[in-house]
Design a protein around this ligand. Structure first.
Ligand code: 26W
Length: 810
């Protein structure tokens, strides 16, 4: 937008005075922040209304991205950047004696997601709006987001996240757009003059109250909507439940049970637990979202048969897969369509993305729980299942194993992935290798049945948040050198390659990285009182803690290095600082035990004078989007070391690459594509391949003892886990030891250990050649544009959603 400094100052002072009846000198920092936020909201509002009106007027096909999680991160700085007024605002505030960066730090970071899946949804929202696509988000307004992690004596403690403690600036409550969601009760199908109709009795009805957050595009005209629903007790219920009769307890219990639905985000992204409340959450936002979409559709006055020409709905993993049943219900019961028409519309409207192949994370609901909670949906799913079996048996005749593997209801469970696949016209994985594994192994039978539905959409990240906002100096350099065409097309980052031999550019890169590292040094000193060396290699592994992500492999190498340095303090290595940031699911004991190990190892190493500060270990508490924005720009080495075949894609790998780090990786997920882009000389690859892992798993031929017996270094490390080296309590690391000795090292940590140590040595050698290292960083940055979520979204738009960019002027 066009805004002069003086206009901004005038607007700001006015906003502050009108809202808080204070001048800039009297106002508290909090009020200064709030006034700025409210002013920016004003700036956005007009375009927001215009965008919506335009979409309706032009009847643009709109996409709704249904996701249980949206890990947005702070929004104020993004809004300023996308409005292109950050510099004006910063200067204007400075004139008023206010520091913008201090205000930005006051914004709460809404953590409405666990990790990769939720952050991907947020990147996609940004790209949709920035490219001018009509695409909105739909999810839950959790009162409490992902827990805040506190490390106490090395252990993870979970504290309640309370991001709504102060008003959240960016949401607008829309009570008039409330819809009703129905749970439980009994449904009977009765014959009426209008045909068969479901009659409900004894159900529970809940209000889904929408809160809208504007998603502002960098194109400065599109403002899409993220609509999050909150569960409330309907007003009539308050009466019925006895407020007037004085029966307060009953009322309180009921209100509590209803509001529970949007109280808290499940913090587990590693194992499916089949909890009733989670099923209710899923149905709650899916039903509310679909009802809203249908209401909007009615305003277009188009035939319901054309629904999928105007609406596309994307299912982000299986969490919203119940949409298949709910959309069928709405079309059959509310719109009065026949089965075949309803089914045709449903499949054409829905598309599904798979984000994991870990068996323990697959959603399978107990049949009885499903039936009690959403009886009408179960009836419909049973009919879908029956028809599906009929169709498949025509094709495969008596091959029952095929039918059993694909049908939805099986063994007393409702399998949500199967439901999503059968009810969608498109099924995609999130990286080439992941999609291949889906087609050839996990979902092979489905692939044979519906080959045309399967496609790959490699993940991406928004360079606006992960470069422009997190690392503004590097962004400036890339744009300046690679040309303005980069602004609209990150593929043009590749022009940066021209500077591969330009010493000035290489030195600038070096300086920018160093400054970013100094910021981290100051943060770590201030927060943990640990001194770290900005000249050391910043080796970073930040992501959820999970066995397959193998933080354990990283720690084992650190212990190995420690042992080496103890034996030979003169050992010539480049100083290193190992950073970890990771939350563990509260009930995931192995993961929590690994956090304790990292902290215990850190404590010993950081305080051992023999080590002479050659290595340091830092655990960054409460890793989330905000910490990521600090640490990723400072990373030299990006640790992407999952057991091959297990990480669907990864997106941290792309963020580090874009910020000029060298990837140390297995050939897993999108690492494979990063490798293909930058080539063998600009990445360090090690370890088992996916195929090798899958073969070992299939043949069950892996025996960790074979490795252990021939590797004294590993023997020593495992011994140290129970001999008092890292903890006085010799039982301290029993979950880790059991993971190796009891479970047989399921993620091949020991198997890949030597290769990893060798790869780390290679990093050391590469880093010693300063110029060569900087050239690698440059190559990585230049190729990172390929992994912008703008590219991913363009492909979703073209191949799956069939939507076009909207230019309002035209
Ligand atoms: C237990 C319920 C559950 C199961 C799976 C909750 C959450 C999940 C998610 C699907 C896990 C997830 O976040 N997957 C990650 O998705 C990213 C975005 O596609 C990928 O980059 C990661 O590789 C993948 O692990």
């Amino acid at each position: 937008m066009n805004l002069t400094k003086n206009q901004f100052k005038e607007d700001y002072v006015k906003r502050l005075t009108l809202t808080f009846a204070q001048t800039t000198t009297e106002a508290s920092l909090e009020h200064k922040y709030l006034a700025l936020g409210k002013l920016i909201r004003d700036y956005i509002s007009e375009s927001w209304a215009e965008t919506n009106n335009y979409y309706t007027k032009k009847k643009c096909k709109q996409i709704y991205y249904f996701s249980m999680e949206f890990l947005l991160g702070r929004l104020l700085n993004s809004y300023l950047l996308n409005l292109n007024i950050r510099d004006v605002v910063k200067d204007g505030l400075r004139d008023l004696g206010i520091d913008l960066d201090t205000l930005l730090e006051l914004e709460p970071d809404p953590a409405l997601g666990n990790g990769g899946l939720g952050r991907l949804a947020a990147c996609f929202m940004d790209s949709l709006a920035s490219l001018g696509f009509p695409g909105h988000g739909c999810g839950i307004r959790f009162k409490h987001g992902l827990f805040n992690q506190k490390i106490i004596n090395g252990y993870q403690k979970e504290l309640l996240n309370n991001w709504l403690k102060e008003d959240f600036l960016w949401e607008i409550k829309k009570p008039e757009k409330t819809v009703t969601v129905r749970f439980g009760g009994v449904v009977n199908l009765v014959n009426t003059p209008n045909g068969i109709e479901p009659v409900y009795s004894g159900c529970e009805e809940i209000d889904a109250v929408p809160y809208d957050i504007p998603i502002l595009g960098s194109n400065m005209e599109t403002v899409n909507t993220l609509r999050l629903f909150s569960a409330e007790l309907p007003e009539e219920e308050i009466d019925l439940n006895g407020l007037q009769k004085g029966d307060y307890q009953k009322f309180i219990d009921k209100k509590f049970a209803v509001e529970a639905i949007s109280q808290i985000l499940y913090p587990d992204d590693s194992s499916f637990q089949g909890k009733l409340l989670r099923l209710k959450q899923e149905y709650f936002f899916v039903s509310a979202g679909l009802q809203t979409i249908l209401k909007r559709y009615k305003k277009l006055k188009e035939s319901i048969h054309k629904f999928s020409d105007f609406v596309g709905i994307h299912i982000n993993d299986t969490h919203p897969a119940i949409a298949v049943g709910e959309l069928m219900r709405l079309l059959l019961d509310e719109e009065g369509l026949d089965w075949d028409s309803a089914w045709d519309i449903t499949v054409k409207t829905l598309a599904y993305t798979n984000h994991t192949i870990l068996a323990e994370a697959m959603e399978k609901w107990p049949y009885d729980m499903f039936k009690k909670t959403v009886p009408r949906i179960l009836m419909i799913i049973e009919e879908i299942d029956r028809r599906f079996c009929e169709e498949v048996s025509k094709k495969y005749e008596e091959d029952y194993s095929k039918i059993d593997s694909m049908r939805i209801i099986y063994n007393g469970e409702v399998r949500m992935a199967n439901l999503a696949i059968i009810g969608s016209h498109s099924i995609n994985g999130v990286a080439k290798i992941h999609t291949e594994i889906l087609k050839n192994r996990e979902l092979h039978d489905f692939y044979l049945l519906y080959p045309e539905r399967f496609n790959n959409k490699t993940n991406g990240i928004t360079h606006r948040r992960w470069l422009k906002n997190a690392n503004p100096e590097l962004y400036k350099l890339v744009i300046e050198k690679s040309g303005p065409e980069c602004l609209n097309d990150t593929n043009k980052f590749i022009n940066f390659l021209k500077y591969i031999n330009d010493d000035n550019v290489l030195q600038t890169l070096d300086k920018i990285k160093f400054k970013n590292k100094e910021k981290v040094v100051a943060f770590v000193k201030n927060k943990y009182n640990i001194d770290i060396n900005p000249f050391s290699i910043f080796d970073v592994q930040v992501k959820r803690l999970h066995g397959y992500k193998r933080q354990l492999l990283n720690v084992f190498n650190i212990i190995y290095l420690y042992n080496q340095l103890k034996q030979n303090p003169e050992l010539d290595i480049v100083p290193r600082t190992f950073f970890f940031g990771a939350k563990a699911a509260p009930s995931y004991y192995l993961a929590k035990n690994i956090i304790k190990l990292i902290n215990s190892v850190a404590n010993v190493i950081n305080n051992d004078p023999d080590i002479r500060n050659k290595i340091k270990v830092v655990f960054l508490e409460n890793y989330g989007v905000s910490i990521a924005e600090l640490i990723i720009p400072a990373g030299d080495v990006s640790e992407q070391i999952s057991t091959a075949s297990k990480e669907a894609s990864g997106t941290g790998n792309m963020k580090f690459m874009m910020n000029g780090a060298v990837t140390l990786a297995t050939l897993d997920g999108a690492n494979v594509e990063i490798y293909d882009e930058v080539g063998d000389n600009n990445i360090v690859i090690f370890g088992l391949t996916s195929q090798e892992v899958m073969d070992l798993e299939k043949n069950r031929t892996y025996n960790f003892r074979d490795i252990l017996n021939s590797n004294p270094d590993l023997q020593k490390i495992l011994t140290q886990l129970s001999d008092g080296t890292f903890s006085e309590n010799k039982e301290e690391f029993k979950d880790i030891l059991n993971h190796i000795y009891g479970e047989g090292d399921p993620y091949f940590v020991l198997k890949d250990f030597s290769a990893y140590v060798e790869a780390q040595n290679k990093i050391n050698t590469l880093y010693e050649n300063r110029r060569g290292w900087l050239q690698m960083c440059l190559v990585n940055i230049a190729h990172s544009g390929k992994f912008s979520s703008d590219n991913s979204i363009r492909k979703y738009a073209e191949d799956i959603w069939h939507i076009k960019e909207v230019k309002r002027g035209e």
